[in-house]
Design a protein around this ligand. Structure first.
Ligand code: MN
Length: 747
């Protein structure tokens, strides 16, 4: 980059600040002073001025001046991630190169190489986001790659995304869903891996609010209702501990915030329990101020367990063995005299900073050995996961990757006593691949704690594992279901692909011999045309089927001969399997927007339509549910609940087919809903439940499915309802039936 190419048109030095500009710049400087260790104030002001001038006159979707956004991102970077002033400067300018006349050369001349480098990285990533053809997975890989270059690029990208999510309500609904899905699938897991827990939690809650507004509102209301109870309980629980700690001269802080909404929701789903039965809605955190050291955490632990009985199984020592993202803390769950279980986390101030800001906090400590080692580990980790970046495997890659991100970790040992960290659920096969891919490929057996053990058996915390290898490759394709690490999965898949290629080559040979015998000459291109009619994706797939013996080569000869004589092939293709063309999708949109119709209608993109639609039976939406539409392959619209798992997938693969839909006022038909009832197993329980439905609510029931086990009753009632209110009323009444413990909507 040479200085002569500089083309910036803004009079930064000579510009007399506007009042609002001065006000906002002063506020940012205040935030920086409060949080950053060192600050080049003149440089930050200069960046602010260029940001202000270059975006002048442009507005955001909310109608606010555009420069509010980069300034907000800079504030997040300064106060919530807390990196350095270079990152604040880069944040202020992060959208300039892409959206304004400012060039990278300008930035380098004015702010130096570091800032230019970071902005280059941020711009490249967002370039990928804008090109519609690139799939998310590739974006994700780019993100990782840029991280390996300069971690600040990704941290700014997180701050950028966080501010965009905080202000997402100004965008149209389908855009909101698209962004929220991308954020929850890619950014949140990555933030988790970086240990940016605060940001990860907020991103998840903001996404959840978009994707499933009803559940979000429900849980936040419940949390508000319970707030006083919770605070009183924490006060009572801590009172003796607080006194004892003070008496012994500890300086500390106590935090008792509830878990974030999305994690509570996930817990309810996983455990199939209503809100009231999730006991660990919060953990009590005891944070020791400086200069307390890690030894003091153990002393605190001992004080707590003098007062309350610990549950040994729930004890975790992340201080001696930190998590891969650097997280350190002591966790224990204790029982109060009233029988209530409480999780207590004990850590030092520095550990807490790392727990909330993860990698960003390590950046701050990078001068220390510990900090720089953790940073190095991240870079190695990124290189490791990007070891095998085949673009066709990108989607699989992201899937495995996300799986690994959220999993709990276990640690195991090599025969030499070296510690290895693996995701929970890992088997000796994972362990073998983790050591070296060659060991994985040649593994024939394992010794766990000195005992011969099947390769597929799950490992436990603390196991010592030895892998016994053979001389040749022993890789078994079925292992794919027994491994959880990305490394093992990708190598096994690669192996399977190789095998498939061999079979396909054999199949091709069979076909070529047969073709020669029947005097058929056909070009690869023509053959491709023919087999598409036969519903094969590629000649490779066809040859593979022939090689395997599952496709009939004689049938192929017949079809090809027919094609050669008539010039076309007649095969019945069921309509569903034919994908819609781009044009047909467009037409569906246009028809949907044009037609106006009667009561029994759906509203697409704000207009009443009589386009053909149906309800997805994966999530069975009911009027009142938050819904979206998906234009199916045959051109009608499928209505899903917006929190449906399948929709997430569809947004990723076919985002352009999503349409915003809402319920018309008069639907006039009935819908199927299911509720789960849990309670005491007593005589006449079923009778009482069905009575409520038929007598007091005039509801028709489709089916009832009952399970009773050791005095507990569990029933799933499928009923016909008008709308969500109707279903809510049913649930309320069922709850009041004698002996019923909980009632919730069943998916
Ligand atoms: Mn931005």
């Amino acid at each position: 980059m040479s200085k002569t190419k500089s083309t910036y048109k803004y009079d930064i030095e000579g510009h007399e600040p506007d009042p609002e500009q001065k006000r906002d710049a002063d506020r940012l400087i205040r935030v920086c002073r409060e949080h950053l260790d060192s600050l080049d104030e003149a440089m930050v002001r200069k960046a602010f001025t260029l940001c202000y001038l270059s975006h002048k006159g442009v507005k955001r979707a909310s109608g606010e001046p555009y420069y509010y956004h980069p300034v907000a991102v800079a504030e997040i970077v300064a106060s919530e991630i807390t990196i350095d002033d270079v990152s604040v400067i880069a944040s202020l300018l992060h959208d300039t190169v892409e959206d304004t006349k400012v060039t990278l050369d300008d930035i380098e001349v004015l702010f130096g190489e570091d800032v230019a480098h970071i902005i280059d990285g941020v711009t490249k990533i967002s370039g990928v986001f804008k090109s519609r053809n690139t799939k998310q997975a590739e974006t994700f890989m780019k993100l990782l790659l840029s991280m390996a270059e300069d971690i600040r690029v990704v941290l700014i990208k997180f701050a950028d995304r966080l501010h965009n999510m905080r202000t997402i309500q100004h965008l149209p609904r389908e855009k909101q869903l698209q962004i929220a899905t991308e954020t929850i699938e890619l950014y949140a897991p990555l933030a988790h891996r970086f240990g940016l827990f605060n940001i990860k939690n907020e991103l998840e809650d903001l996404c959840f609010k978009v994707i499933d507004p009803n559940s979000f509102k429900f849980i936040s209301r419940k949390l508000r209702e319970k707030k006083q109870d919770r605070e009183a309980f924490i006060e009572e629980f801590m009172q003796p501990i607080r006194k004892e700690l003070s008496d012994q001269g500890f300086e500390f802080e106590i935090k008792g915030r509830p878990k974030h909404i999305y994690s509570i929701f996930r817990k309810m789903q996983r455990q199939q329990k209503p809100f009231e039965e999730i006991y660990d809605l919060f953990a009590i955190r005891i944070i020791l101020n400086d200069p307390h050291k890690k030894e003091d955490c153990w002393r605190v632990y001992s004080i707590i367990t003098d007062w309350y009985t610990p549950i040994p199984k729930r004890f975790r020592d992340f201080i001696s063995v930190p998590k891969a993202n650097g997280y350190q803390s002591l966790h224990t769950t204790v029982i109060t005299k009233q029988g209530r279980k409480v999780e207590v986390q004990i850590r030092t101030h520095k550990m807490d900073e790392i727990a909330e800001k993860g990698l960003a906090a390590h950046w701050k400590y990078k001068e220390n050995k510990e900090g720089s080692e953790t940073l190095d580990k991240f870079v190695t980790w990124v290189r490791d996961v990007l070891d095998n970046p085949r673009p066709d495997a990108a989607t699989e890659f992201v899937k495995d990757f996300q799986l690994n991100l959220y999993q709990d970790e276990i640690y195991v040992f090599t025969p030499q006593g070296e510690l290895r960290t693996l995701p929970q659920g890992a088997t000796p096969i994972d362990f073998a691949f983790d050591i070296h891919s060659e060991i994985g490929e040649r593994a024939i057996a394992a010794k766990v704690n000195g005992k011969m053990t099947p390769l597929r058996e799950k490992l436990d915390i603390g196991d010592q594992v030895e892998i016994i290898t053979g001389n040749k490759i022993n890789l078994n394709p079925d292992w794919i279901d027994d491994v959880v690490t990305h490394k093992a999965k990708s190598r096994i898949r690669q192996f399977v692909k190789q095998k498939e290629r061999q079979v396909a080559d054999e199949g091709r040979e069979i076909w070529e011999k047969k073709a020669k015998k029947n005097n058929i000459e056909i070009s690869e291109q023509e053959l491709t045309k023919v087999i598409q009619k036969l519903d094969y994706d590629s000649t490779k797939q066809l040859f593979y089927e022939i090689g395997k013996g599952s496709a009939d080569v004689k049938e192929l000869v017949r079809v090809v001969s027919e094609f050669k004589s008539k010039g076309r092939v007649e095969v019945d293709v069921p309509e569903e399997t034919r994908p819609l063309t781009e044009k047909e999708i467009q037409e569906t949109y246009i028809n949907a927007a044009r037609s106006i119709s009667d009561d029994d209608a759906l509203i697409i993109n704000g207009e009443l339509t009589n386009v053909k639609y149906s309800y997805a039976n994966c999530c069975n939406p009911i009027p009142g549910d938050d819904v979206i539409g998906f234009i199916s392959r045959i051109g009608d619209v499928k209505i899903h609940r917006s929190n449906c798992k399948n929709v997430r997938h569809l947004i990723q693969t076919d985002g352009e087919r999503i349409v915003d839909v809402s319920w018309a006022k008069n639907i006039g038909s009935q819908f199927l809903g299911a509720v789960k009832v849990i309670g005491e197993d007593r005589v006449a329980m079923i009778n009482d439940l069905t009575d409520v439905l038929s007598k007091s609510l005039k509801t028709n029931m489709k089916s009832i499915n009952v399970n009773s086990d050791s005095g507990m009753f569990e029933g799933i009632l499928t009923v016909f309802v008008d709308d969500i209110d109707h279903l809510d009323r049913i649930m309320e009444k069922l709850h009041k039936v004698e002996g019923v413990k909980s009632v919730f909507r069943y998916e």
